[in-house]
Design a protein around this ligand. Structure first.
Ligand SMILES: [Zn+2]
Length: 291
């Protein structure tokens, strides 16, 4: 067993599908190729999006595919005290914001990398009279400050640099509905679980700089990152329950596994069993990426 700890962290918004299987497979293969541990974390911090029974169905599908996780799965909804504690430690970097979505969109400062309107910084120096706190935001470094630009060394795509002030803006840590933001929860959990390697879909590459900035403020280690391509539908949308992804057919796991491996660029011979499949896939991944 090596020091490597990886994880698969699905949001329980629907069953496992061809797209989430690719992300699960990449993180599983990387952990196995490194003789490491593979953890599963249910990212149900956003209770609004959580679908009852989806987490259980994802775990069953992983098991049907022969992907055995180490330890017990962790549930973000049971860890909110940890997020609150981390938020408290960041108090000199956070501020209350009273702006509505509409006000931020109307300010037209620019569009962030994720397509949302850039926050114009209205409440940075205190709430204007008559405004009530809605969200809590993290102040990102201004020009010429430390960590103004964050470099992500990604094992799949190479070096990616993000300028937080102009590409992201001050971002939300606590939402108007009281829910902890994904960025905070994921940073706290990866550190608490000792995750050394984050392997996930390319759609999350854009949020990595924010997570690295949070790790630095909280004096937490930065894991290695590897972002794999995401499966898209016919019109280029990331496959998800919302874009019409079909649940994985767990009665024919080998078919699904072969398709996912092919998507990741692994050319594998036809496997006679799930065990065979994983033996071959781990060897192929090791050759290709682990070095
Ligand atoms: Zn504001």
């Amino acid at each position: 067993m090596s020091d490597y700890i990886g994880r698969f962290a699905p949001s329980p918004t629907g069953p496992l599908h061809a797209g989430s299987l690719v992300a699960a497979m990449a993180s599983y293969l990387d952990a196995k190729a490194h003789h490491g541990q593979w953890l599963v974390r249910i990212e149900d911090v956003d209770e609004v999006r959580t679908v009852t029974g989806a987490a259980e169905s994802i775990l069953l599908a992983l098991a049907a595919c022969g992907m055995q996780w180490d330890g017990e799965p962790v549930w973000q909804s049971r860890r909110t005290d940890l997020y609150a504690a981390a938020f408290a430690r960041l108090h000199t970097h956070t501020y209350a914001c009273g702006c509505t979505r509409r006000e931020i969109a109307d300010s037209r400062v620019g569009i962030a990398a994720d397509g949302a309107a850039l926050y114009p910084g209205t409440c940075r120096n205190g709430l204007a009279r008559g405004k009530i706190p809605r969200t809590f935001r993290l102040r990102v470094p201004a020009a010429n400050e430390l960590d103004e630009c964050i470099c992500v060394e990604d094992r799949w795509v190479g070096t990616v640099t993000q300028h937080l002030a102009t590409e992201v803006g001050d971002f939300v840590l606590k939402r108007a509905d009281g829910i902890w933001a994904y960025q905070l929860a994921v940073v706290v959990d990866d550190a608490a679980q000792g995750v050394t390697d984050v392997v996930r879909g390319m759609d999350l590459l854009d949020s990595t700089a924010r997570q690295i900035y949070l790790q630095r403020l909280l004096q937490l280690p930065t894991p290695h990152y590897l972002h794999v391509p995401v499966v898209v539908n016919a019109i280029g949308e990331k496959l998800s329950k919302q874009t019409g992804a079909m649940a994985l057919n767990v009665s024919r796991p080998l078919t699904a596994l072969h398709s996912a491996a092919q998507f990741l660029g692994l050319a594998l011979p036809e496997a006679g069993s799930i065990d065979d499949f994983w033996r071959q896939a781990i060897a192929a991944w090791r050759l290709r990426l682990a070095g």
